[in-house]
Design a protein around this ligand. Structure first.
Ligand SMILES: NC(=O)C1=CN([C@@H]2O[C@H](COP(=O)(O)OP(=O)(O)OC[C@H]3O[C@@H](n4cnc5c(N)ncnc54)[C@H](O)[C@@H]3O)[C@@H](O)[C@H]2O)C=CC1
Ligand SMILES: O=C(CO)COP(=O)(O)O
Length: 416
């Protein structure tokens, strides 16, 4: 059947759910791309902002003497000055990033939902938007973390898929938001298995997927990221929209300063991104204690082994070891253990002799350390199964966070 003419085509409306350091950066790069591809995407990108009041410092170019230090709504400041002065200061945003304090209004009619907020808030967000999104919306989760419910560990993209009844892929990589916002080159990984019901014939050669990403299921029924059947029926993307496959996702996310690799291993990409935050805390503790790069590489190596072990033990169905050589694997491990927030602030905690919670409260200005909750969640899951002893580095990190294990004893973990 012939598709719609260009004139009759709808375009994808893109919404970023979240506006922290990474949320705002991703909104920026995606908005640059929606401008460059008006045939595929609506130009404006909605960015849901968890509304709060901010005060503009007198040395800021946006300081208004008439208002002085009177608090202003963050959304209003972003839409007026095109800058997220709290979570991504000094980075000009394209004017087509539209900050929206209403979650339901921001997601309304969006066919592409980019979830990008600390993982502890995703449950509440999904509860609020369930039933208020397009049934055929598609998601990409940029969130690094897991959800642990009823003694089960779930990938964030899986959780989103199941609670909203939509397909959701995962974006993760060695990505420091401030560097990418400053357009310093890096790469990332997107795992997205185009649902069979969305696949369109392309150039007469069958489906439009690359890299053999089809999950092999043709009836429109929803399968989770591990290929398991679910009772939920996935609503196909209507054919008057442009297709949404790897080629279109590259057009949405890839920038000259942000190189995207598309893969199919949603489990590996998601878990590598979540678990490296535990290892990053360990590296910060190590360095805060006075050890240096050689000690950190030992911890990174051990952390990667425990990460792969965790994936193989609990998610054996689709895990692909090559994923750990993608940006989502070793690149993220290295950058997180040498220059990201979980490393930086756990180092500071040891240097100052205060708890990580205290550092998060006093130093991060509203930003979150995902490693703290991920350690607790993952260890809770391992303990419920009685296998915590097989994950000695993760266990030690939990002990250090709780004050029951001394950083000094980390080398003992490496002695058989
Ligand atoms: N910042 C970075 O360099 C990178 C972050 N990530 C991941 O991106 C995800 C999002 O992190 P960031 O954007 O950096 O966040 P952030 O840590 O910079 O900011 C925290 C955000 O949480 C929001 N918030 C606070 N309370 C909330 C509530 N009750 N409900 C909903 N939102 C609330 C704040 O408004 C703010 O937008 C995380 O999973 C992180 O691991 C991934 C790659 C790079
Ligand atoms: O995921 C990240 C690096 O790839 C960012 O990590 P932090 O949250 O520790 O800054």
């Amino acid at each position: 059947m012939a598709g719609p003419t260009d004139a009759a085509r709808r375009k994808h409306k893109v919404t970023v759910v979240g506006s922290g350091n990474w949320g705002t950066t991703v909104a920026k790069l995606v908005a640059e791309n929606t401008r460059e591809h008006p045939d595929l995407f609506e130009e404006d990108v909605q960015m849901w902002v968890y509304e709060e009041n901010v005060t503009i410092a007198p040395d800021s170019p946006h300081y208004d003497a008439a208002l002085g230090d009177e608090p202003q709504k963050l959304t209003k400041v972003i839409n007026t000055y095109h800058e997220n002065v709290k979570y991504l200061p000094k980075i000009p945003l394209p004017s087509n990033v539209v900050a929206n304090p209403s979650l339901l209004d921001a997601v309304q009619d969006a066919s592409i939902l980019i979830f990008n907020l600390p993982h502890e808030f995703i449950g509440n967000v999904c509860k609020q938007i369930k039933g208020h999104i397009l049934p055929y919306a598609r998601g990409v989760s940029c969130i690094k973390g897991v959800t642990v419910t009823d003694d089960k560990v779930e990938l964030i993209c899986e959780y989103i898929s199941e609670s909203l009844g939509i397909y959701c892929g995962a974006l993760s990589g060695g990505n420091i938001a401030n560097e990418i916002a400053n357009e310093l080159w890096c790469e990332t990984t997107i795992a997205y298995n185009t649902p069979p019901c969305d696949q369109r014939p392309q150039n007469g050669n069958g489906t439009g997927t690359q890299n053999g990403t089809s999950n092999g299921q043709q009836d429109g029924h929803f399968r989770d990221s591990r290929g398991r059947p679910s009772a939920t029926e996935l609503t196909p993307l209507p054919t008057d929209y442009p297709p949404l496959d790897h080629a279109e996702l590259l057009k949405l996310f890839d920038r000259p300063y942000f190189t995207v690799s598309m893969v199919s291993d949603v489990v590996g990409v998601s878990l590598a991104g979540a678990l490296k935050n535990i290892v990053a805390l360990a590296c910060g503790f190590i360095e805060g204690h006075g050890w240096n790069m050689t000690a950190k590489t030992a911890v990174m190596r051990r952390g990667m082994l425990e990460t792969i072990q965790f994936c193989q033990e609990f998610f054996p169905e689709t895990i692909q070891e090559m994923t750990f050589w993608e940006s989502a694997g070793w690149s993220d491990m290295i950058v997180s253990c040498t220059s990201a927030r979980n490393w930086r602030y756990s180092k500071m905690a040891v240097e100052r002799g205060v708890s990580l919670h205290e550092i998060e409260r006093t130093e991060l200005n509203g930003q979150k350390l995902q490693g703290i909750s991920t350690t607790k969640e993952v260890m809770g899951f391992l303990k419920a199964r009685g296998v915590q002893g097989k994950y000695r580095l993760f266990q030690a990190v939990e002990g250090i966070v709780d004050g029951t294990f001394d950083v000094e004893n980390i080398p003992q973990l490496f002695r058989s």
